[in-house]
Design a protein around this ligand. Structure first.
Ligand code: URA
Length: 439
């Protein structure tokens, strides 16, 4: 008989509410009972709110993550597991890092089996971006996923509903009960999916700033620390990079536009901030995968791979393996293109001092690049391209950005939102992209 059948859920909730600690068996029984519909939403919602206010001890955090992993299937990567490195980003605007990093790192000999989710709200999802490539499939079964990683070193596929079903249930409940913004609940949610993915090494890109889940560097460091603790307890080598997300990453926001920018970056001609982030994250991934002695050596190796075209070739191989049009990689003009392109003129001259990433993300979402609800369809062609990033001078009337839209009305509405998101002043404060590397 399990501990929770002796103790009623209400007693566990009350103990957590009062600052007490639950055992691993009790947490396991709560999670398993919820997934099996033996414990109702209202009791789990109360438990989540108690966690929101009281937090979780290190033992409770490990137990919650473990119970979530055991709620569904896990992936056995077989002999690949020891060398493979998985990667997760806590999500941001214009974050097409995975599209660059996965083939880049694979081209240097480290397998990257990447399972991704879809975007919600103002941040786009990697799957939606990849699917902007005509024909590309992200629904790979486990066997096809593994075979592809063995053959070409990388794959980006949709996480199936059978992997960590507890997370989907708990996240949906958190979303409607004001309990999303809990660091231990976010840490368990992210890490349960990474642990179930099977790689022995995990790189976490924890974003902070106006466009991120974690608004401050302090909160991002706290989230990183909890995820690192979970990884350590589970015997996974885990490193976290804390990176800034005040302005959109790179210049493009919107699915096909971001694919085109990722291709430019794989050619060695991407925006400096995106290239810098990919080299920093990739350098650490090569160390985790045993392919470089230091992050600096890894970074130098990856820079060579970008310059010599191997990273782009690997991306093309991945696109072809997943049914996508490989010619779209050579000629990004084959990607979906919106019928209307409208410039957003600067209302005055000066220096761009800030671009509110969330506002740009929401403008792109309203154009159709993202979803407000899970059921909404995505328009792959639409979005926003920043023409004058932070720190750059602009004359009155010059384009701050270009909006890519389905029609003139949508373009005008988005242009007004983007104009309001850009602050023009005298001088921009230096932008610090990489805030910390923690392991
Ligand atoms: N991303 C996740 O996967 N889970 C959370 O709880 C928050 C962000």
């Amino acid at each position: 008989m399990t501990a929770v059948s002796l103790l009623r859920p209400a007693e566990l909730i009350a103990r957590k509410r009062d600052g007490g600690e639950l055992s691993a068996e009790e947490i396991d029984a709560l999670v398993a009972g919820y997934v099996a519909d033996r414990i109702p939403d209202y009791q789990v919602a109360a438990f989540l709110m108690a966690v929101y206010f009281r937090g979780l001890s290190a033992d409770e955090l490990a137990a919650l993550t473990d119970a979530m992993v055991r709620s569904g299937e896990t992936i056995d990567l077989g002999p690949l597991a020891a060398r493979a490195v998985d990667k997760h980003s806590s999500g941001g605007v214009g974050d097409k890092t995975s599209l660059v990093l996965v083939p880049l790192v694979a081209s240097a000999g480290v397998p990257v089996p990447k399972l991704s989710g879809r975007g919600l709200g103002h941040t786009g999802g990697t799957l939606d971006k990849l699917e902007a490539i005509p024909g590309l499939r992200t629904a790979l079964d486990h066997r096809a996923f593994l075979a592809q990683v063995e053959r070409i070193g990388c794959a980006i596929a949709a996480q199936t509903a059978r992997l960590v079903p507890a997370d989907a249930r708990l996240y949906a409940l958190r979303d409607v009960t004001g309990t999303v913004e809990s660091i231990p609940l976010i840490a368990a949610s992210i890490m349960s999916k990474k642990l179930a993915g099977g790689a022995r090494s995990i790189l976490l890109d924890v974003k902070c700033g106006r466009g991120a889940f974690m608004k401050t560097e302090e909160a991002a460091r706290a989230l990183a620390a909890q995820m690192l603790a979970i990884g350590r307890r589970a015997g996974r080598r885990t490193t976290a990079v804390v990176s800034g997300m005040d302005a959109p990453l790179g210049r493009a926001v919107g699915n096909a536009l971001e694919v085109a920018e990722a291709i430019d970056t794989l050619r060695g001609a991407g925006p400096p901030d995106l290239t810098e982030l990919c080299l920093t994250l990739g350098g650490v991934m090569l160390v985790l995968g045993g392919a470089a002695p230091t992050p600096e050596a890894g970074r130098a190796e990856l820079r060579r791979r970008l310059a010599q075209g191997q990273a782009l070739e690997r991306f093309q191989a991945m696109v072809a393996a997943q049914g996508g049009d490989p010619a779209a990689v050579e000629r990004p003009e084959r990607l979906p293109r919106a019928p209307v392109q409208a410039a957003v003129p600067a209302p005055r001259g000066g220096v761009v001092v800030a671009i509110d990433a969330t506002a740009v993300g929401l403008a792109a979402m309203r154009l159709g690049a993202g979803r407000a609800t899970k059921e909404e369809a995505i328009d792959p062609a639409v979005g926003v391209v920043i023409e004058r990033p932070v720190g750059v001078e602009v004359d009155r009337g010059e384009a701050l950005a270009v909006v890519h839209a389905r029609d003139e009305r949508a373009a005008a509405a988005a242009a007004a939102e983007v104009a309001a998101a850009v602050a023009i002043g005298e001088a921009a404060a230096p932008q610090q992209l990489i805030r910390a590397v923690l392991d």
